[in-house]
Design a protein around this ligand. Structure first.
Ligand SMILES: Cc1cc2nc3c(=O)[nH]c(=O)nc-3n(C[C@H](O)[C@H](O)[C@H](O)COP(=O)(O)O)c2cc1C
Length: 351
């Protein structure tokens, strides 16, 4: 049965804290259609290859909302070892749906658009206090059904004078807390295009990524471990990362949006002229191309890493294309926020 009114979704005119506090309840009367086939997520049985990456699911209530709407791998938005405030709004700003070929291009904002398929993302990885998110992860885990998996995304919060050992220990501390709270898998976010500090592009530093991955393995040896990465500038960089982390983690989650500069309709630079990650259809084609490159490199390196494909996935055709290209699992952020029923449409089409 389908609801007659549109389902509630994240309100981009409100703050992150408002949306945190106003998560919708799972809608009554919706039974997502079964997804044909047998699926797993890093070895854990799941009902479909469809998940939500770190971001849209701010807390347990958002997780249980999307779990009721046909997503089976639910990733808790990146958390830290200390509280961190969100950037000022806009946190999600619609942009023209032009396809991005790479990083650093310019896109025009569409601040008044009602209908859009891409946006600039600008949160700065906020986090609630660890005591709060740890208790909330327990709540999320308790609410999930058989065949559904909870992933917790974590990031380090480097301070002045920290060494890379300190950074990797901070990642590991968060991973341990997530595991204690009931996470089925943990993801280290090595790429955040919207922060200017050291945690922003660790995936480009193979030695640092190796250290973090090794510490991660020690911290949560029994859980599937993933690393979230951004766009690589050269295949050699990607090959170096794959070689470095393959002994320690199960999968890479790629790609964490593509950065662009955003200008107002009058041509003024927005976000202080700094780049912001873009999600949605502007990055669909480039993220598929990146997946193909990573699949090839994983094979060439003789690695057993699996690839979780993220970035611009919107339709059943996109999901099929990612799976056909070698993705182990597919995740949808922007399209699921714009259309909470998207998984109920995609599932039956995956026969
Ligand atoms: C609202 C929102 C918040 C996000 N926050 C995070 C985050 O905390 N950690 C992270 O690794 N990625 C974050 N992302 C990036 C997504 O996980 C994803 O990589 C990106 O949006 C591309 O996928 P899409 O085109 O389906 O949106 C966020 C994305 C959105 C839309």
């Amino acid at each position: 049965m389908r609801p007659s009114a549109p389902l509630p979704r994240y309100d981009i005119r409100q703050t992150y804290d408002w949306n945190y506090a106003h998560a919708p309840d799972p809608p009554p009367g919706i039974q997502p259609p079964p997804c044909p086939g047998q699926w797993d997520f890093c070895g854990l049985p799941v009902n479909s290859p469809l998940g939500i990456p770190a971001g849209p699911l701010l807390n347990s209530r958002w997780i249980l909302y999307y779990a009721a709407l046909g997503f089976d791998v639910l990733t808790y938005k990146t958390v830290r070892s200390r509280e961190r405030a969100c950037y000022d709004p806009p946190n999600l700003l619609p942009v023209e749906p032009r396809a991005l070929a790479g990083e650093g291009q310019e896109l025009a904002a569409l601040p008044d658009a009602d209908d859009y398929q891409a946006w600039a993302i600008s949160f700065g990885m906020p986090s609630k206090d660890p005591a709060r998110w740890r208790a909330d992860v327990e709540t999320a885990k308790r609410g999930l059904a058989k065949g559904q998996v909870l992933v917790v995304s974590v990031v380090a919060s480097p301070e002045q004078g920290w060494t890379m050992d300190d950074v990797s220990r901070d990642f590991a501390r968060c991973a341990r807390w997530a595991a204690e709270a009931g996470a089925d898998a943990v993801e280290a976010n090595l790429s955040c295009p919207n922060v200017c500090t050291r945690e922003a592009d660790l995936y480009l530093l193979a030695d640092a990524a190796r250290l973090i991955a090794a510490e991660f393995q020690q911290a949560v040896p029994r859980l599937p471990r993933l690393l979230k990465v951004g766009l690589f500038h050269h295949p050699e960089e990607a090959a170096a990362l794959i070689e470095a982390v393959s002994p320690y983690v199960h999968a890479l989650s790629a790609t964490n949006s593509i950065t662009a500069r955003v200008r107002s309709p009058r041509g003024e630079p927005l976000f202080g002229g700094l780049r912001r990650g873009i999600g949605g259809t502007s990055i669909t084609a480039r993220c598929l191309e990146e997946l193909r490159m990573l699949v090839r490199l994983v094979r060439q390196c003789g690695s057993r890493l699996q690839l979780v494909s993220v970035g611009g996935v919107t339709t059943a055709e996109d999901v099929r294309a990612r799976l056909a290209a070698g993705a182990h699992h597919v995740q949808i952020a922007t399209a699921a926020m714009l259309d909470p029923l998207v998984a109920t449409r995609i599932r039956p089409a995956l026969a």
